[in-house]
Design a protein around this ligand. Structure first.
Ligand code: A3P
Length: 324
């Protein structure tokens, strides 16, 4: 086994040496892999997913770029799908938090690959991923796989602000702090973790057009303005539509409130809990919650910055029919 590990490490070192490289904003360097800038443990995670993941035709993925509302969607999907299984007063979301309710498939597993064999997960299995559409293995993105995707995107101006605050919370204290200007520049150039943002959004947008029954495409701002309508859409899409009786009993409202920013931030698990990402690295749950608002960019971006980012968005999306 030691010999195998050595060979594997050599292969990884050779791979990294061959790929374009840039400075990452959290800690690790980024490598350009299949059009996405990824830190090493995520790049290896992508390769592992591509090689070893065993999908089931009933699997449902939550796909998103960082800071677009993943934590919220995790809560909404899990709670909606399992609304008959769990009592709201004794619910896994209360005990494990949004990140503990279903696994992320992006991180390299040095001890083998348990995720693809997640036999103990109930069906349909839920998974979360920040990978771009083209990085996910064709075995799951091909509509014939049966797998479904919920995608959420957000105004890039709010994404970059949220990302900066997230980096400030997570960047090791021994490294110099990064300024908003630095993060803004890197984000606009596409050189941030899982970037470029616009390619990520477009990849799923195009795929959603080709297979609308397999990909449900949401915008953070739309969910904010009507969470209950989105709970209903999620339920329908995941194959567990809300019945008239449930609707009359206030189930949709109950789910939306259970997953609201106010409720989630009041939970002990989200104040003190911790997500283990690798054996050396974890993220405190509270880092995933900040303001949860639309338009906070107005207090961070200069007029020039706003114009610059809007121009990129316009240029990148102009032929797509999508506005964000
Ligand atoms: P802000 O930094 O703008 O507040 P992700 O979960 O993809 O990392 O995204 C995090 C962003 O979603 C943060 O945005 C966070 O506050 C917001 N968020 C988390 N939970 C939310 C909820 N239940 N409702 C609305 N926004 C939420």
């Amino acid at each position: 086994i030691e010999e195998l590990e050595k060979i594997q490490q050599q292969q990884h070192a050779q791979l990294f040496a061959e790929l374009p490289r840039a400075v990452g904003l959290f800690k690790a360097d980024l490598y350009l892999y299949q059009g996405s800038w990824l830190p090493p443990h995520i790049l290896l995670g992508a390769m592992q997913l591509q090689t070893h993941f065993k999908h089931r035709s009933t699997d449902i993925f939550l796909s998103s770029f960082m800071k677009t509302g993943t934590t919220w969607l995790r809560s909404l999907m899990f709670t909606t799908l399992n609304r008959s299984r769990f009592d709201f007063s004794d619910h896994p979301l209360l005990r494990y938090g949004p990140h503990g309710c279903f696994p992320v498939v992006d991180v390299y597993q040095s001890t083998g690959y348990p995720i693809g064999d997640s036999e103990d997960l109930s069906f349909p299995r839920l998974f979360a991923s920040h990978f771009a559409h083209n990085v996910l293995p064709a075995s799951i993105t091909d509509p014939s796989s049966g797998c479904k995707f919920v995608y959420v995107c957000r105004d890039p101006k709010d994404v970059v602000v949220s990302l900066w605050h997230f980096i400030l919370k997570l960047r090791p204290k021994e490294l110099p702090p990064v300024s908003f200007d630095q993060v803004f520049k890197a984000f606009c150039e596409g050189v941030t973790e899982y970037g470029p943002y616009w390619d990520h959004v477009l990849g799923f947008w195009k795929a959603a057009h080709e297979s609308p029954d397999k990909i449900l495409f949401f915008k953070y701002e739309d969910i904010k303005s009507d969470p209950e309508a989105h709970v209903k859409k999620l339920a329908e899409f995941m194959g567990v539509p809300i019945s008239v009786q449930e609707e009359d009993n206030g189930m949709v409202k109950k789910i939306a409130e259970f997953c609201s920013f106010e409720h989630l931030t009041s939970l002990e698990i989200n104040k003190t809990g911790f997500q283990k990402i690798t054996s050396e690295y974890g993220i405190p749950n509270h880092a995933f919650f900040r303001r949860g608002e639309v338009g906070d960019w107005k207090s961070h971006l200069t007029k020039e910055m706003k114009e610059q980012i809007d121009r990129i968005t316009h240029d990148k999306l102009k032929d797509s029919g999508l506005t964000i």
